[in-house]
Design a protein around this ligand. Sequence first.
Ligand SMILES: Cc1cc2nc3c(=O)[nH]c(=O)nc-3n(C[C@H](O)[C@H](O)[C@H](O)COP(=O)(O)O)c2cc1C
Length: 335
Amino acid sequence: MGWVATPELVAASCNAGAMGFLATATVPPDEVDRAIARVGELTDRPFGVNFLMEAPGAEKTVEAIVRRRVKAASYGRGPRKDFIQRMKDAGVLCIPTVGAPRHAEKAAALGADVIVIQGSEGGGHTGSTPTTLLLPQVLDRVRVPVVAAGGFYDGRGLAAALAWGADGVAMGTRFLLTAESPVPAETLARYFAASVDEIRITTEVDGLPQRVIVNDLVRRLESGSAPARLLRALRSALAYRRLTGASARELLRSAVALQQGEKLTRTQVLMAANAPILIRRAMVEGAADEGVLPSGQVAGLLHDRPPVKELIEHIVAEASERLATLAKPGGPPCT
Ligand SMILES: Cc1cc2nc3c(=O)[nH]c(=O)nc-3n(C[C@H](O)[C@H](O)[C@H](O)COP(=O)(O)O)c2cc1C
């Protein structure tokens, strides 16, 4: 989770027995190596790194992952064969996230070791098929282990996913709302106040479907004129250039890769920088109504901020209890 999955949150999750993924799509490429090293200082457990293969400087992230012997790499749209091969040759597990069955097949063909499926109820960029319908379709089509994401927050969900045939679950929003989350209190309050219905998919942030809490900014983006959109996109592109230190040429190359790899329209490519920049406004600067709040619908059910260790222990205990009940002779009691 960009701006959220910091070394501290990742390490806390790993120390508690989960596999945390460091967000680097929002870290300048020259600082990724340092961020990975920081996770290594905080935990001796395996962890992963999430990045965007089309972003300027992505090759530096790949080299840092390999050099630092990171256990796993996570990526989504625009997978690059050469990057995947480089990481696999170095023994890095390749774990893409997909939102559609055909993307799962493509990911498997490109060498994925594990596939995370994210159903439409999940936070951030997301597809249109709910987890309950996406998971069985992908399980039927690929032979690698599959991890289910989108809508999970407790042990009941974990037990259900395992019963379905998944090998585990991944959670984003639940970990955003933990004691170790770096998100400012003003922004967290907005997550706690959101109802399930207020968390919906919009394409007006960066042209791609993204599940967010609908706030003043999203309403403005959705009703904005074409010139206002263009102005915002240009402002974001400039801010993104400052953030990444990328040259105009690198940005252009990345834009072309995005357009060709993902078959995006020119407008979508132009808007691409909106997401990291507008998310930063809420997640780092605490301006909950002026920034974008990516969120799974599950936030509508969450009202506490437990320490990661307590959360994971609870999830595991609850899932074990559910599974034990189901396995009892005669099955679960029918009430
Ligand atoms: C605030 C936020 C930021 C996210 N950023 C990223 C990202 O940078 N890269 C990525 O692959 N997924 C990202 N995601 C998706 C999560 O990794 C995860 O797949 C998703 O949250 C699962 O659904 P859930 O929110 O219902 O748990 C983000 C999700 C949230 C809520």
